[in-house]
Write a protein that binds this ligand. Sequence first.
Ligand code: SF4
Ligand code: SF4
Length: 249
Amino acid sequence: MALSFYCYASFKTRLQVTAQLNHGNNKGLEKVKNLVTKTGVPSITTSPHESLQRGNWVKLICGASFEDVVDIRNLSLVYTLAGVDCIDCAADASVVSAVNEGIEAAIGIVPVRRPWVMISVNDDEDLHFRKAEFDPNDCPPDCSRPCEIVCPANAISLENTSSLVKGGVVTERCYGCGRCFPVCPYDRIRTNTYVRDATATAELLKRDDVDAVEIHTSGRRTAMFEELWNGLGDSVSYLRLVAVSNVDH
Ligand code: SF4
Ligand code: SF4
């Protein structure tokens, strides 16, 4: 898959990386290396912690629900080169590994600063933690498939035959933005919301390649927050940062 990114790594530096970066595609990596050698990357000497304190912290948000590991690895590679302070991703072991693979690949190209890796979790229903779903067997074959057109993540892949619709939501690519819900003329698309498991999250937080957690909470149901916090146990002591974001503000 060809990816093209424009990264505004600093106010003065724009890094354009157009490359084929699939796993095992050494040609793509070579192209990135050549491009970086030609254009250079921003020299960032401050730590992510210092950026936080100065108020110029930059975070790549891969998406709390986005789980396409190939895209995540490639995004992590490019944005590490661009000098972000942090990469925020889904609380999933494969996703975390993909982020770290991207970071290591970037550092292998040029010795850039390692960004922090942050995972996002929730204590209750939250718009960031949901997926679209529908059964293509329920779709009329003559539907013009506006859901597929409106999806910004190419997360709906359909094929019409004369009598049925095949395909559906590509779950790992759906990040729950909700754009497809209102456009379905037959009201076939449902929302599948979920809460990340605290025990699995605690295991992830203990990994030495995870630096931070963002807890999404409405702040209205303290019992839910308490349950999650207790479930995380001493895993938070392994971290550099615990962020709490209140979805209502
Ligand atoms: S448009 Fe629908 S399928 Fe596409 S990412 Fe958004 S919620 Fe998921
Ligand atoms: S718009 Fe609705 S009915 Fe049409 S293909 Fe999409 S989900 Fe099915």
